[in-house]
Design a protein around this ligand. Structure first.
Ligand SMILES: [Zn+2]
Length: 344
């Protein structure tokens, strides 16, 4: 049994004893038994295809645990390490067999099972991108988790209800074919924004010294400025996968993060006495991820954008177009709110 582990919240109408059993079982996933909860097929694939981690990769996992624990402490949440064994690096063909349909092509976290699986064929080409993605998935794993456990007749039905700020549809809705998420765009925006911040931490690691010197050289800084101008984005959005790759990447969920940054800066604008910087506002959103308590951020959003605006933000999904539309919508309701308050 690990020393520190996540505080899984079990809700639903199942008897308390059943809930306690499930909680114990889930804490057990957090360590040696975390694979027990995967399907037989998924587990066999994992066991067959698992690759041995390199010392560099282990070093990165340690740094990720350390940095995410700092964020947890700052949010007033008890920190815990995700054990190295819970990170699974597998070749592409195995990854594709394990990931659920529709899941991303490179990495996925099974929040309830406290496992993260990575397509190592893809990531081992760029250890830097690997590092930021490990951070991303770890932040999902350390986010607040709430599980629904319901007694239906003689059976127990289990389903993830909340993960971070994300709310899942109920088991009943899933069965009826109405499976959907709410606040998933916001959840990814928060995690993605901290992933971008983590990039600077990772650059400081001795194993990335060569890359860092090159990345911060005059020549590369100049090129980043040019690309940023062309794409009309900030230059800090662009990095290279490796020194000798000409593939330039951006951090994930760019449009969702644009929405979040816009919301955060408008809040800071109106509540500058309480929040001296945008980072302080952003920290409230991160805290909501860790605690699952949405009240504070919901109030901040509604006090800045007007009644019903948190719902608009929550409706944003993980698609680019949807986030672009959400930003437009938020802008409109913000100016309407400002006009109304002026005339009141
Ligand atoms: Zn994610």
């Amino acid at each position: 049994m690990p020393e520190n582990f996540p505080d899984f919240r079990i809700i639903g109408n199942a008897p308390e004893t059943e809930k306690e059993d499930l909680r114990k079982e889930m804490v057990g996933y957090f360590g040696e038994h975390h694979l027990d909860s995967l399907t037989e097929g998924q587990r066999q694939q994992l066991e067959k295809g698992e690759l041995v981690k390199t010392p560099k990769e282990e070093e990165i996992i340690d740094l990720v645990n350390q940095k995410t624990n700092e964020l947890m402490r700052q949010s007033g949440v008890e920190p815990f390490d995700v054990p190295k064994n819970n990170y699974h690096f597998v070749p592409k063909d195995v990854y594709l067999k394990i990931k659920p349909p529709g899941a991303p092509g490179a990495a996925i976290s099974f929040d309830r099972h406290q496992a993260a699986v990575f397509n190592a064929t893809y990531f081992r080409k760029s250890i830097l991108e690997f590092a930021t993605t490990i951070f991303h998935e770890t932040l999902h794993l350390k986010s607040h988790q709430a599980i629904q456990l319901n007694k239906v007749g003689r059976d127990l039905e289990i389903a993830t209800s909340r993960s971070g700020v994300k709310v899942y549809s109920s088991h009943k809705q899933n069965i009826e074919g109405d499976s959907h998420g709410h606040l998933d765009g916001l959840d990814e925006a928060i995690v993605g924004e901290y992933e971008k911040k983590f990039f600077n931490d990772v650059l400081q690691m001795p194993i990335f010294k060569d890359y860092r010197d090159w990345f911060l050289s005059e020549e590369v800084v100049k090129e980043r400025k040019l690309i940023a101008k062309e794409r009309r984005i900030n230059e800090d959005e662009i990095f290279w996968k490796s020194k000798d790759s000409d593939h330039k990447c951006g951090f994930p969920y760019f449009y969702q993060r644009q929405v979040l940054n816009y919301v955060v800066s408008e809040i800071q604008n109106d509540f500058s006495k309480d929040y001296v910087s945008k980072d302080k506002v952003l920290a409230e959103f991160l805290q909501a991820c860790f605690t699952g308590r949405l009240m504070k951020v919901a109030h901040l959003v509604e006090d800045t954008f007007g009644e019903g605006s948190f719902r608009v933000l929550g409706d944003m999904d993980v698609g680019d177009q949807d986030a672009i539309r959400t930003k437009e919508h938020m802008r409109i309701i913000r100016s309407r709110f400002k006009r109304k308050n002026k005339t009141d």
